[in-house]
Design a protein around this ligand. Structure first.
Ligand SMILES: Cc1cc2nc3c(=O)[nH]c(=O)nc-3n(C[C@H](O)[C@H](O)[C@H](O)COP(=O)(O)OP(=O)(O)OC[C@H]3O[C@@H](n4cnc5c(N)ncnc54)[C@H](O)[C@@H]3O)c2cc1C
Length: 397
């Protein structure tokens, strides 16, 4: 097979890049490992700046008709004290809310629009296995399908295959591991009228639970110290119920909906970044270039922003089949510092907040700056702007 650009990975970064390049007249092949996009417990947030991109593509009205929730407030309870800490009503974007949408809806939406373009080719059940190099340049990749293996030759290979990227490992790109003190257990509990609204974080000695309103259920993320999943499971499901009830007693007997550990999924948290995102013929974007912590739920937005920048900078050279290393490095230069600012904030939150909370055995107090956010409504616009819009939002021309 031959194409202009082959993209390994059909997550937010890969699907957005594939769609944008095909829309710009570049022949693209996107490889998706699974038979469909249906997997639960992935990041499901669509940020106002990503919604601006969808708006600029002229697809927003149709997108908003897909099932979603709109979050305008974020609240936090620490010990017995509660505060609103972010207000999205004033973000300087078209949509003034954080959208919660199952990630498969977002990916399916992009795939549907991509398939209408003659240059967009989506290969499902196709797993990238390795890269093909010739004379010091990456010239394609090998992949496995149920029918057998194939080789795809391309002017550019993009690794958008997430934080365990095969492509970046095969390319020998150096990864800097920045560390994370926690892992996350994901689960669902039903939601009832009268429950707290929207997005809700709860913290107490040694525990933190984030609850995201999803229609008739709560998507719950329980933070546990890194590497303790087996120990937590060994304590039994009743101990898990107790942990959750200790933070959210108002859930009552709803915790018993969690009857066994199959309903609880471990997501290991990794925070890392590549020193070089590119080598001749190859570029990594999204989590493959910089795995993001779940703090702030910004990973999808950054992956999409990488894709928008990459499409804008590379569409013309790709059409001319002349993509040199300098062009690929321009993508890294454009996106690296916004990513470093966000990762820097995440690392500071991990060290100054998450680590002490998970290590605490006594009462935990609301940090002073969060108390201030709770008291001064105007200040709540700052975290909403940082999370919802972020540093250097990208635009589609
Ligand atoms: C616990 C946890 C919770 C999170 N919650 C949020 C959140 O609420 N909001 C948010 O914005 N971000 C969240 N994130 C981060 C977010 O999931 C990522 O930053 C984001 O999905 C990155 O997008 P991506 O397209 O770069 O990679 P991915 O979303 O990882 O997509 C990569 C795709 O490539 C596929 N793939 C992998 N290997 C191959 C291969 N060899 N061949 C073909 N395909 C392959 C994978 O199956 C996957 O579909 C969370 C992360 C964690 C760990």
């Amino acid at each position: 097979m031959k194409t202009d650009c082959v993209i390994a990975g059909g997550g937010p970064a890969g699907m957005m890049l594939g769609y944008l390049l095909a829309r710009a007249g570049v022949d693209v092949v996107v490889l998706v490992k699974h038979a469909d996009f249906l997997r639960d417990f992935r990041g499901d947030t669509i940020h106002p700046s990503t919604l601006d991109v969808v708006h600029e593509l002229g697809l927003l009205d149709e997108f908003l008709r897909r099932p979603h929730d709109e979050l305008r407030d974020v609240a936090l309870r620490v010990g017995g004290e509660q505060a609103q800490i972010a207000d999205f009503r004033h973000v300087p974007t078209h949509c003034k809310f954080l959208m919660m949408m199952p990630q498969w809806e977002f990916l399916d939406f992009l795939a549907g629009h991509g398939r209408k373009l003659p240059h967009f080719h989506l290969l499902m059940q196709t797993e990238a296995l390795g890269i093909v190099s010739e004379n010091g340049r990456v010239v394609g990749l090998t992949a496995r399908q149920p029918e057998g293996e194939l080789e795809i030759r391309a002017t550019l290979v993009v690794g958008a295959d997430g934080r365990h990227s095969t492509i970046r490992a095969q390319a020998g790109l150096r990864v800097q591991d920045l560390g994370a003190p926690m892992d996350v257990l994901w689960m669902r509990v039903s939601r009832k009228p009268g429950d707290p609204p929207d997005l809700f974080g709860q913290i107490d000695a040694g525990r933190m639970l984030v609850m995201i309103a999803r229609g008739d259920y709560w998507q719950c993320a329980l933070l546990i110290p890194k590497g303790t999943d087996a120990a937590v499971r060994a304590r039994g499901i009743a101990a898990l119920h107790e942990s959750i009830l200790g933070l959210s007693p108002w859930l009552g007997d709803r915790v018993e909906e969690l009857v066994d550990w199959d309903q609880v999924k471990l997501l290991t948290v990794t925070v890392d970044r590549l020193q070089e995102w590119a080598k001749p013929g190859l570029l990594c974007i999204g989590d493959a270039a910089h795995a993001m912590s779940p703090i702030g739920g910004v990973g999808i937005n950054l992956a999409v922003q990488d894709a928008v920048a990459a499409a804008r900078l590379l569409a013309a050279p790709l059409r001319e089949h002349a993509v040199d290393l300098a062009a690929l490095q321009r993508v890294q230069r454009r996106r690296e510092w916004p990513m470093k600012v966000v990762q820097g904030m995440q690392l500071a939150m991990q060290d100054r907040m998450i680590k002490p909370i998970l290590a605490a055995s006594g009462p935990v107090r609301m940090p002073g700056f969060m108390r201030l956010l709770g008291r001064v409504g105007l200040l709540r616009r700052i975290p909403a702007w940082f999370i919802g819009v972020g540093v250097r939002p990208e635009h589609v021309r």
